[in-house]
Design a protein around this ligand. Sequence first.
Ligand code: ADP
Ligand code: ADP
Length: 214
Amino acid sequence: MRAVLMGPPSAGKGTQAARLGTELKVPHISTGDMFRAAIAAGTELGRQARGFMEAGKLVPDEVTMGIVRERLAHEDAQSGFVLDGFPRTVPQAEGLSKILASQGVKLDAVVLIDVPEDELIRRATGRRICQECGRVYHVEWNPPPGDACECGGALVQRKDDSPETVTERLATYRAQTEPLRDYYSVEGSLAVVDGMGDPDEVHRRIVRVLGRCS
Ligand code: ADP
Ligand code: ADP
């Protein structure tokens, strides 16, 4: 299965993609996680991405395409993947389609997780992530077992989950990522899934849609 999980910031893409990746035995590839890992490691990629992320803007397409091209060339991505948060612009979608065409394959499904804006803000501002393993919690809806992650790692709030930056990220989404809805609708590969309700329910909806695409 080669699937893309799309959706506005904090819609639940990472939560659902991690679970799908495990169940389908394919890698969960998150460009946001890759950028955050690069920032934590102090690499050149992290240096390039940081300012854009902290401002709620997108990292430039050529930088993002470079890391995705490299990641999709790995052995573990040859039999499938769940892409989370990529593509986010029409040029990225076109770039992805070229990479896949060069491998003689194509996407099986693009799932858009739809969540109303007031809920997105609640999900973003309550999100906490583990500094060690990257596991994602929510202070109200998916609270950690105590003050720390299950693995013992410290929980932190993402800098870009402040209310001001979330507002900026939503504006970025509307301007640059929303056009992908039309792009993939024309291709006939888009399925819109209601992202409200508990994560298990959303997961069942996504599995139902993927079942029709495989
Ligand atoms: P994204 O990858 O789209 O930014 P995440 O998966 O990180 O989103 O989820 C954002 C926040 O919302 C996290 O705190 C997560 O625990 C929480 N969350 C995810 N799915 C749901 C859901 N169905 N209901 C309530 N909270 C959710
Ligand atoms: P969310 O979906 O909650 O906004 P992500 O972890 O997917 O969180 O993305 C965090 C940030 O990383 C984005 O606001 C953006 O700055 C950068 N980013 C992630 N994926 C992409 C992408 N495909 N293109 C450009 N920038 C990206």
